[in-house]
Design a protein around this ligand. Sequence first.
Ligand code: LLP
Length: 385
Amino acid sequence: MKGIFPIEKLERIQTPFYYYDSEVLRTTLSAINSEIQKHEGFVVHYAIKANANPGVLRLIREAGLGADCVSGGEIEAALKAGFASNKIVYAGVGKSDWEINLGLDNDIFSFNVESIPELEVINQLARLKGKVAKVAFRINPNVGAHTHANITTGLAENKFGIAMQDMETVIERATQMENVKFVGLHFHIGSQILDMGDFEALCNRINDLQTQLENHHIRVGNINVGGGLGIDYQHPNRVPVPDFKAYFDTYAKKLKLRPGQTLHFELGRAVVAQCGSLIARTLYIKEGTHKKFCIIDAGMTDLIRPALYQAYHKIENIGSEEPLEAYDVVGPICESSDVFAKQIDLNRAHRGDLIAIRSAGAYGEIMASQYNCRKLPQGYMSDEI
Ligand code: LLP
């Protein structure tokens, strides 16, 4: 089963480029909204790091989601796309002064703070502006996730967050400061997580931590559990919308929210991955000694996930209906890791055929580089071409 693409329109655009199916994105966003409506106090912030294409951001903002940012540039992108500043959360282990000042100037919902030195700098910068910064502490819950090692973040050995045993000290330190206000706890255990048991483990850990804090009469305003819900890279056509019901129900059942607490999510991949495809053109079919190479005009500079994480993306020859043949699909970059897939079946390919690399809406366009002096790929929304 292949995806449905407006081939004549795509033929007119310079390849390689990202194509975003607005309908898939809208359906995904409605699925999120209809699930969170069932649970009081659930708030979703879209993790801008997954894709900051203005067209994509517009649809997400229109659906009412908040924004999760990890840099000043992302805060700027969120504001430019019209996200309300009081729905912006800002995380990151290394926030520069200008970035903190940008957050302060815009009175963002919260700074997710990852260390005491950072807390002190935020307090100082807020004092200079006569403001009080709302801070949440990112706690490293030491919960593993069954995903790729490069994208697990919640283990004690990772650089992220404040160790659990330091949590109370940090909160007490914050309550002594005049220009910060402690508003919540933040967690994130990793990305592309499909096993709900991992999120359940996080809930159990948070329940324990909340009890521990209550024993010390510390009240937490809100809980932010980060993102991480995975998508089905194997079946983008059959499963275009992730299982948001299972995801939100897990939190609703397992996390013991206290009265008045809000629960925040920072979903990136699950929101945008399936709506995006990288569209490339076949340049050459090369007969190797043992196999055939389909050489396309997109490379690891346009989509780095296969080279960086050995990630699987379904590939379709959308320009041919001829019988299937096995190919290695490779790009033009001078690196041997510039390979999208090995020995996969494609409809027989010819020079000029359009190739779609699927499920590329998350961490695709945004991670593109100009290595080899290549041009950055452009992104197009289906309803704007
Ligand atoms: N919140 C925090 C604190 C994060 O670090 C991340 C992702 C998210 C939310 C969003 O996670 P998501 O819902 O998208 O899983 N480039 C990699 C993924 C890196 C994820 C980094 N953090 C990839 O292409 O797989």
